[in-house]
Design a protein around this ligand. Sequence first.
Ligand code: SF4
Length: 344
Amino acid sequence: MAETPLVRAVGLTKRFPIGGGLFRRPRAWVQAVNGVSFAISRGESLGLVGESGCGKSTVGRMLLGLIPPTGGRIEFDGIDIGRLPRTEFRRLRRRMQVIFQDPYASLDPRMTVEAIVTEPLFADRPPRRAERRRLAAELLDRVGLRASDLDRYPHEFSGGQRQRIGIARALCVRPELIVADEPVSALDVSIQAQVINLLEDLQRDFGLAYLFISHDLAVVEHLCRRVAVMYLGAIVETAPAGEFSRRPLHPYTEALIAAVPVPDVRRPRPPFRMEGDVPSPIDPPPGCPFHPRCPYAFDPCPRETPPLVAAAPGREVACWLNGGRGLSAPASAPTSPAKGEHSA
Ligand code: SF4
């Protein structure tokens, strides 16, 4: 029998109202997440990548129960968390923790490191002070800080050290899943590598599962076994890490790869660069949401939304050109330019 995934999201949607009030209807709705499904096994890491505002952080917040989904469901260890009574959800919530993006804003400047790191213990019955202090010292050691740092305050640390404190806090209750929301994007590049290596070590040592949210495809591909690309609230491509750079199937993924600077002039230039901004999620375009920016758009794209379908072993794509109806362009697309004909 197939093992139950640690986390499963099924058809998640989230709409946020704009305007309105207690007795007034909202003026409009923002469709932040639209039918997102995925599963994460124990000890596995899934990367969620996309531009700012594509809905990836909203997915992470729904997974943690910080905001309720408008539709769909989330199962943790086979349990539908939307149906759990509050007290039971609080108990289950200890098994999933979060690492935030901004190590400066996510730590309370008035709390000592010891108090910050052991804070999650207070959601239930915390152990005695001596035991908490021993645990905090152990965690600091595990993330590369010293026990002598326990009585210091966040402002006394660098950005990378603060992120290590945040990681120690997330580990405090021995979670099984960590939602890491842009955990290295606020750090210097040299520090980013250290924190990513630390996250890899911790995953191996504690058998952690990660939902790793980032706008940086290279970082996500390094840390995660599987990657899902989001655009305007929906997943448009999934693949094992490494496959994207070799052969992106969705034009948006291709554009993300093209956006990564290539210092080696001998390497081929990316086929195209993306123009324009992400369309407004208040009024998303009909058909394929990427069609206003897609240089390959053809007949069905502005009218019909391509479903996310299997396109190759272990790969899914939502694109009429590369997967929606097989791996070749439909016959109705004679004017569709071939890949590589577009440049910035
Ligand atoms: Fe481009 Fe059409 Fe594919 Fe959308 S469905 S990504 S518009 S080719």
